[in-house]
Design a protein around this ligand. Structure first.
Ligand SMILES: [Zn+2]
Length: 427
């Protein structure tokens, strides 16, 4: 097939992507339409015949599909601020599809850890007095938790819960996830004394667990230290957090994330990123600590639904309010070496492919310019994280053979899938 024909074929499937960008990607993938399509589907969603037919039927709303997919990628629930909201149906479709899966509730440490070995659960983790005063302090700081603001397909969106990012020490110049959100700056706070005390206890627990597990070279090799804490404020049972996995830009591949719940007991849901996965409901009570071990963000997604039954128990003082603190360790040099988008020069976000077995596990950089400014951009690089610990390093590549990949040990489907080498594919 001639290049021009290849471009036409790609353009008909991905009309939202410019021809110059398609050409660039086609070159990256050694002229393989199949591989370029795989990568684009990873970003923009599958383009099989059924999807094409659906697009035809939807007719005049070609952007809707894109919005829904970007929403999945942005991994946030979105309340569209502008008047032209996209149809609510898109969001509810996703929810009903998810709840069609078998869902199981895991009630205690034994059930949780034996069913999802990536998790560790500690009820009543902090001394009661510390948990209570931390809760009171955070309740009094409600005004400092902000809606996360971002753009989807040109619409300004607000998250349906509020967030703050606490830093151990001074607030750094460079914001969490390269300021993924429009208002990242207004969310930045410093650790308080109570957060710091909790952090020491959580770190000890985390390091004790990590000492019993095998360390992957991509993981933090030193002691685990929480350098930042993303706090989420769910004022009422209506506030939710949509299905997502946590972005890796600041914390790197295979991160450990420690989540402390304060206040009301809400349901935390978790399921595999791919395949027919059951959904697990985990009620998280006041002062419970959930460790998401390395690999959890890669293999699973999680959410806090706003369904009526998501509130399991009110808290005597916080009532329906649940605040959770997620402690994370930033990777010192990762943010400094985040590549700029080859198309629009915006900062990029680090993600991992998971949809197709043959490409699953590759880390990649995706332009985040669109989320901040509303101007969409499909800028893409593969990630080469081998020099991640160096102060100055090139962490991107256009060559899939140089790309960093991680697969779960039990992911036999991807391990036995045809290797994702461009020369294997003949168009
Ligand atoms: Zn860009």
């Amino acid at each position: 097939m001639e290049t021009e024909q290849k471009l036409d074929a790609l353009q008909s499937r991905f009309p939202e992507v410019g021809k110059d960008v398609l050409l660039e990607l086609l070159i990256t993938f050694g002229g393989s339409v199949e591989q370029t399509k795989l990568m684009l589907e990873e970003q923009f969603g599958p383009r099989d015949i059924k999807t094409a037919v659906k697009r035809e039927i939807k007719g005049k709303f070609p952007a809707t599909k894109r919005k829904a997919n970007v929403e999945t990628a942005a991994s946030e629930s979105c309340v569209v601020a502008k008047k032209r909201a996209f149809p609510q149906k898109q969001t509810s479709f996703k929810v009903s599809k998810a709840s069609a899966n078998i869902s199981t509730t895991l009630y205690n440490k034994e059930q949780i850890e034996s069913t999802v070995p990536y998790l560790r659960f500690y009820p009543s983790f902090l001394p009661d007095s510390l948990a209570d005063s931390l809760l009171d302090e955070l309740l009094s700081k409600r005004a400092q938790f902000k809606d996360k603001m971002f753009h989807i397909a040109g619409n300004e969106c607000h998250s349906n819960h509020q967030s703050a990012v606490f830093y151990d020490g001074d607030i750094p110049e460079q914001k969490y996830d390269n300021g993924f959100y429009k208002n990242s700056k207004s969310m930045a706070q410093s650790f308080t004394g109570n957060i710091r005390t909790a952090k020491f206890l959580i770190e000890d627990q985390a390091n004790e667990v990590l000492a019993t597990t095998k360390k992957h070279p991509l993981q933090v090799q030193s002691e685990w230290r929480a350098s930042l804490c993303v706090g989420n404020y769910f004022h009422t049972n209506k506030n939710n957090l949509d299905w997502h996995s946590d972005r890796l830009t600041t914390i790197g591949p295979l991160p450990l994330i420690c989540s402390l719940t304060l206040g009301a007991t809400r349901i935390f849901r978790i399921r595999k990123q791919y395949g027919e996965s059951p959904i697990y409901n985990i009620p998280l009570p006041h002062n419970s600590l959930l460790l998401m071990l390395p690999g959890t963000q890669e293999e699973f997604k999680h959410c806090v639904p706003s369904l009526g039954n998501s509130l399991v128990a009110r808290h005597p003082r916080a009532n329906e309010t649940r605040i959770n603190l997620t402690l994370r360790m930033s990777r010192a040099h990762l943010q400094n070496n985040t590549p700029s988008c080859p198309i629009c020069k915006s900062a990029m976000t680090l993600r991992r492919m998971y949809k197709k077995p043959a490409s699953r596990g590759y880390y990649f950089w995706l332009c985040n310019g669109g989320y901040r400014s509303g101007k969409e951009c499909p800028g893409f690089y593969f990630a080469n994280l081998s020099d991640m610990e160096k102060p100055r390093a090139k962490l991107y590549t256009r060559d899939v053979k140089q790309a960093t990949r991680w697969l779960a040990e039990d992911d036999h489907e991807a391990r036995t899938a045809t290797e994702f080498h461009m020369e294997d594919v003949k168009d």
